[in-house]
Design a protein around this ligand. Structure first.
Ligand code: SF4
Length: 193
């Protein structure tokens, strides 16, 4: 089954409105920030693709958002009604790979990659992450992933199984480049000390 059809059927089986990360999807499909009410007349209609890309890329202060899973999406907009294809495209931009990861997770086909394996594959700039002390990892995950990202770091076991009650969870099976960048800085400081 195509991802888009799986997603459409997944929504149909789940009580609405549907929350994915910081957005909420209403039947129809209407998309807003999850803290906004769709009937609020002050919301601006975000119909253009370029405007939507800017919303995803920059925060309210105009700063680039290097991590799509990080909280901080601007509020005050509404998009839709959208077709399922348009909704799917929006989610791909907002949270890349989220639907594919959810399909794999629910089909029990998603195998998380432990951090030492990810670090071992690194060369060049990020090779130093191999020297990150193991005991530093939980604090980094807490700071970067738990407090700074809406995705669920499955790779940092055993503390990170998704809440079974939670719907349409954003999953993370492997440390991302943003995390590696932060881990690199930490490992470099340790190495220099
Ligand atoms: S590694 Fe952490 S910061 Fe990066 S996407 Fe996964 S959960 Fe988010």
């Amino acid at each position: 089954m195509k991802l888009i059809h799986w997603f459409e059927s997944r929504l149909a089986q789940t009580p609405s409105p549907w929350t994915v990360g910081e957005v909420r999807i209403y039947p129809g499909y209407l998309l807003t920030h999850r803290e906004d009410a769709p009937e609020d007349s002050r919301l601006r209609n975000l119909s253009g693709w370029e405007a939507f890309l800017d919303l995803v890329r920059f925060d309210a202060a105009g700063r680039f958002r290097p991590l799509r899973g990080a909280p901080g999406l601007q509020k005050g907009w509404r998009r839709g009604p959208l077709s399922i294809a348009e909704l799917f495209s929006d989610l791909r931009v907002l949270y890349p790979g989220a639907v594919a990861l959810l399909v794999a997770w629910e089909g029990k086909r998603l195998v998380p990659t432990p951090f030492p394996d990810t670090a071992r594959r690194q060369t060049g700039l990020y090779e130093v992450t191999q020297r990150l002390p193991r005991e530093d990892l939980p604090a980094l995950v807490e700071q970067i992933c738990v407090r700074g990202c809406l995705r669920h770091p499955l790779w940092h076991l055993p503390a990170s199984q998704p809440d079974k009650q939670e719907r349409l969870t954003l999953l993370c099976p492997e440390a991302c480049h943003y995390f590696l960048h932060q881990a690199r800085s930490r490992a470099a400081v340790k190495t220099a000390a």
